[in-house]
Each structure stands twice: as C-alpha cells, then as structure tokens.
Design a protein around this ligand. Sequence first.
Ligand code: DMJ
Length: 505
Amino acid sequence: MQFVKKMTIHAWQGYRTYAWGHDDLAPVRKKPVDWYRNQTLLNTAVDSLDTLYLLGLEDEYQEAKKLVLALDFSKITERVSVFETTIRVVGGLLGAYDLEGDPKLIGKCVELVDRLMPAFDTANGLPLNFMNLSSGVSYDHTGGFTGVSLAAAGTLQLEFQYLSDVTGEPRYQEAAIYVYDQMQAMDTFIPGLFPDWLNTETFAVPEQSFQIGGGADSYYEYLLKVWLSTGERKFLKMYRAASNAILNHMVKKSSAGPYTYIPVTDMTKDSLGIYKSNYRSEFGHLHCFAGGMFALGAKAYSKGNWKKLYRLGADLTDTCWTMYNSTATGLSPESVDGETLTVRGSAYKLRPEVVESLFYMWRFTHDPVYRERGWSIAQAIETHCRVEGGYRGLKDVRQVESPPWDRQESFFIAETLKYLYLLFADDDVIPLEKYVFNTEAHPLSVRGHGRRSDPEKFVPLPTSYKVPVGTMGRVSPELGLKRKLELANGNFGGQLMGVEAMEGR
Ligand code: DMJ
C-alpha cells in the first residue's frame, strides 16, 4: 500500500507540475494534453479526487477539489463525449462526495448533469454521445443525430440513478433507466446481448455482431451494478440474461493453451431460421474487466449458473494475467489473438482492467496469488513506465527499450492505482457489500449504506413513463430547431473531438 501510495504521489505531482488545469499529462514531454482543443473538463483533477481522499492525501485532495469546483461548464463549447464525461467527471464528483460528503460536489455535479440531459432528447430516448455543454445541442459520433454505441447508451444509469437518490430529483434516473427499458424492444439474435451500435430513432438492429470489449463493455457491467446498488430485480434479470448468453454463445477455450477468452461473435440467420456464429478471436486489455464482473455477479447471485460464471471470471482473470506475464516487460499488450495470445496491439497504456479483476478475485478468495500478480504489475510499471514527469505507457511491451506511449491518462490515478492500492488494503476499506464502483472506479454507496443509508430518501424507481415505449418524434421542438440551425451553419459533421478521435476509435 505504501509503495502504491508513493506511485500515486509521483503521478499526481507530474500532473500538478506540468499539466495543472488541463485534462491529462504527457509525462515524457512534460506537457499538458487536453481532449477538446483548448478547453478542458480537468479530467485528471476530477478523476483523481476520491483516490487522493482514500489514500489520505488531504492537501492534494483539497487543492484539486478547489480547482474542480471552479469549473464553469457553460463555457465548454466543444462537443464533449457524454460517456467519458459521465464516467470520469460525473463519476469523479459523485465518488468524492460519497467519501467526503461535501454537498458542493453534488451542486457541481448537478450543474454538469443538467447540461448533459439534452443528450436524451432523441426520437426513441437513447442518448446521443456528444454534447455541446454550452449550447445544449447533442450529436452522434459523425456529427449527425442517429447513432450511439452500446457502452455510451448503457453507462449512465448508475451515476444518474445515484444522483436522483441524493438530490431527490427523479428526472435523472428516469432519462437513464428509460434507455434500458427502450432497449427491450430491440430484436437481437441473442436475447440479452446487443451490438456495438444502436440507433436513436428506431429499434432496428442492423448488425448482429456481439462483443464485450471497448464500445460495449460497461453496458453489461452496469446492469449488474445498477441491480447491486438499487436492489431492483429487473436489472438482475437483464444481467442474468446477458451473462448466461455470453457463457452459452460466446466463451471460447483456446486451442493453443489453457486460455479462456471471449471473441467477437458475428451471427447470421438463414432462410430456414437457423443461426450461425462466426468468431473473430480478438481479445484485449479492455475485455479484462470481465473477470471481476463475472466473479462479482456470481458471488452476489449464487443461483442457477453461478458456479460456471464464477469459474469464467477466474479463468478470464488468469488469461489476462498471462497477457502481462508473457512479455519482456511484464506489461500487457493492448490486444492479442485470443487463440494464441500472440500480440496484436503492442502498446501498454497504463490501463486498469487487469488489476481491477485481480482486486475482485483477491477479495473473493484471499488467495495470495492475486496479490503477487498485482505486486508484479506494480513493479513492472515502476521499472518501465516511471519517468521524471510521471508515468508513461509503452509503444511495444515486447521491447525493454520500447519508445514511450507519452500519455498519463486520468484513469491511471482514478483506477489503476486505486485498484492496486485496494488489492493490498483490508477488506473493510470500501467493502463490496456497501459499495459499487462505477466503470471508472469511483465508489458509490449502495442503497441502505453510507450516503444512501436512509430509505426514506430514495426516489422510487420509474415503472412507467409519460412517453410510452416506442413512441417516435420525441425530440423537443426547441432542440429540433437548434439542430436545424447547426446544419444550416455547417457547424458540425467535421472534427470529432475527444479520446475517440485521438485513438482513432
Ligand atoms: C476507463 O476509462 C474505463 O474503465 C472505461 O470503462 C473503459 N476503459 C477505460 C480505461 O481503460
């Protein structure tokens, strides 16, 4: 724990010295990186808050909080990603509030979420993933108004529902949970699973292709966590349908070694109504959150297939550990061929997913092997990634002398270092019976505990909506007009901002 705390101080000092008041740090160049041209949501400052608090870095926490509370969202005129803003900024504010209890953090969060709400103003209520926080106009990833990724549509519910509980305002959870209810009308070949891209106008499912990596991942994670945090069985039912479908239709055992992985599964149906699956054996670091998810789900609901799902969680965690353990640097590549574990994407970007799963497996088993693996990863990061300005990634984990991936993204302190710290902490530091982590590792008390211990204050979960499922033409006339003006001014359809653009996603 002390070692990880020292790493955190070094990473934070790098940000504070070279990128203060910006999103991320380029630690080799010792320069700031902003996601949205010259505008910033202070990603690292807000994403780090609860880690600083948890590690007892009080001065650093107060200084960061002051910076974050001064942020003026009305000045953000770039298109920001609703998904990334929710998991990092909304989640960061909520996690810090949950640990510290300062209502100013909730006030700031409400300012932001109120500006995100027009994202849901679409024909079928599924959100668009890009918002101009200043003008209130929402867009899709192409600058149009019709598409959203599965992860972007399904990774708001935990934060928005929590915000309703702590503010008493039902509208946040209503908009977010409506999305889950609407998605039930979509006709996918594998009930419970959804393709990467959804439509915000219709319920058509053009591509019957399923996977659990980037673009899809946290949708499945949130079904489980919204159930755990509210106790509402509707979400458990959805999670069970999804996890059983993954188990039955997608999981593969490698032919080259004892590796379990989850490939991309393309499905077709022939004229006789017979389904065929075609597998693409891509597997990556982003998939590795799933070890922890399946283990957590199986421990929380130990009925039905739970033993198989628990085994799946443990086996995926082993595969993901092997991805670290088989390279010259002891760091995992971004992606591999799931059959052979041959490197496909060679970079290491300081991502958290593997230590996240190690943390869950440690909590469930207390098998020291998980701590040993986490310790080895911490040592490898220290040896190969530490530079004077902070921590960098690597362009090629197979080379000890690899050129740097010169970016310390906000999830390094928010997630990677937090999960490493918690791996070595006692179980009563953020106990899993009382908290869920959002997908950016921000801890939120579940109903009945902590900031949500008073059942009198819970906002009842929505059971019906003013707009019935499937009703079209829901876009407000005001937003419709703003969009038309944008079109006329040629103001969109151009540069895509944010991490998706940077990473070519
Ligand atoms: C994080 O921002 C979140 O964990 C997200 O769900 C996907 N992965 C990145 C870090 O790899």
